[in-house]
Design a protein. Structure first.
Lengths: 211, 180
């Protein structure tokens, strides 16, 4: 087939284009999040002392952390979904890193050193490690599906970003069940729980996000 | 590459439905791509016999993913990125995993190459693997130069159905390239 013939076919298909603003990403996140919300309500549920928790600075800081992660991961996902990457990926996550450092520092100052170890280990680390990935599953599937309409410069990296976003969504839900509010706990176990989700996202992205 | 602002302007017009602008853009892109791909294949130590196939595969990707161009930037970096991605992918599929510095071939001086008359053999073969109706629609539009409306009449379909089928055929063709 001659190239001019192919061009004729492409021109005839001109009307099929729509704008990519990662427009399907919010919808995918909402849909996946809704599924996980159902799972959350059935399986875990909001903690009983939520009314008391929301007035504590630790809980509030925890919520800010997961929401910031959600926002930054979303931006990262969208930025990595096109052939030309604007700016450094890591730099986008710096505010989150800074907030973590700040939160941990405050905790170390506010808490007697004898309690540091127990705060870090917490009471529900195993549930945290299993719940966040579980709650991230539906969002991950939906986000990867949405990203297939894009053209990521690196499919693996885009998949990893999808994993990060999905994990953040899972963490945002889990935070309302989890009794361990200490930044030491969050910085350890929430982050650890994110790693397998990012890895799975990267592996899946490599396959599913090729274009 | 030809005047940058021209290409970005052409794409903008194409996005608004200007088919002629889109045709011109794809024409410019073909010439530039042919240059780049030829150099890239040479740098990678491959024969340039497959040049036209890679050019067509890249044009197809450009078309199917044209929504990912950020209008606030010029078109050129986006074109380069796609060309780089497709050339690397093509080489990887042929077993060449060495990192070829694609950027070397990007800055090749623009040669006065006109429309190439060579035939892309892979494209022809992959087209033959499409479902019958899709293939017929692509052939009537591309080879016979018919408009979608005319093809619709000939095949007893609605124009909308023809357009949908054409779009699907192009997406299937892109997937077929990747698996090749």
């Amino acid at each position: 087939m001659k190239t001019e013939n192919l061009v004729a076919a492409l021109v005839a298909d001109n009307g099929s284009g729509r704008r990519w603003t990662g427009r399907m990403l919010p919808a995918a996140l909402a849909l996946g999040g809704a599924v996980s919300l159902c799972l959350f309500i059935v399986d875990l549920g909001v903690r009983d002392d939520i009314a008391q928790a929301v007035v504590t600075w630790r809980f509030d800081l925890k919520v800010v952390l997961v929401l910031l992660a959600l926002a930054l991961a979303f931006g990262l996902c969208r930025a990595l979904s096109v052939p030309v990457i604007a700016g450094s990926a890591i730099r986008r996550l710096l505010p989150l890193g800074a907030l973590f450092v700040f939160a941990v520092t405050i905790e170390l100052i506010a808490t007697p050193s004898a309690l540091w170890a127990s705060r870090l280990v917490g009471s529900n680390s195993l549930i945290c490690l299993t719940s966040i990935p579980m709650l991230a599953l539906a969002p991950l599937a939906a986000i990867l599906l949405a990203l297939r309409s894009g053209a990521p410069a690196s499919p693996a990296l885009a998949g990893a970003a999808a994993g990060l976003l999905a994990a953040a969504a899972g963490a945002a839900l889990y935070a309302f069940h989890c009794f361990d509010d200490s930044p030491l706990f969050v910085a350890t176990w929430y982050v650890l729980a994110t790693i397998p989700v990012v890895a799975v996202g990267a592996l899946a992205g490599r396959r599913l996000l090729r274009w | 590459m030809t005047d940058q602002s021209d290409l970005s302007a052409l794409m903008r017009l194409a996005r608004q439905g200007d088919d002629e602008a889109y045709r011109r853009l794809l024409g410019h892109a073909s010439v530039w791509l042919r240059n780049v791909v030829r150099r890239g294949l040479t740098l990678a130590g491959r024969s340039t016999a497959d040049t036209e196939d890679v050019v067509q595969e890249t044009l197809l990707a450009m078309h199917l993913k044209r929504e990912t161009w950020d209008e606030t930037q010029t078109l050129e970096p986006w074109l380069r990125a796609i060309a780089r991605h497709k050339l690397t992918d093509y080489l990887r599929r042929r077993g060449l995993h060495d990192h070829v510095d694609i950027d070397d071939c990007m800055d090749a001086p623009e040669m006065a190459v006109g429309a190439d008359s060579s035939t892309a053999m892979d494209t022809r073969r992959l087209l033959a693997e499409l479902p019958v109706r899709q293939r017929r629609i692509v052939e009537e539009i591309s080879l016979e130069g018919r408009r979608a409306a005319d093809v619709a009449v000939r095949l007893g379909m609605s124009e909308g159905a023809v357009r949908v089928s054409l779009h699907r055929a192009l997406k299937t063709l892109a997937i077929a390239f990747r698996r090749d």
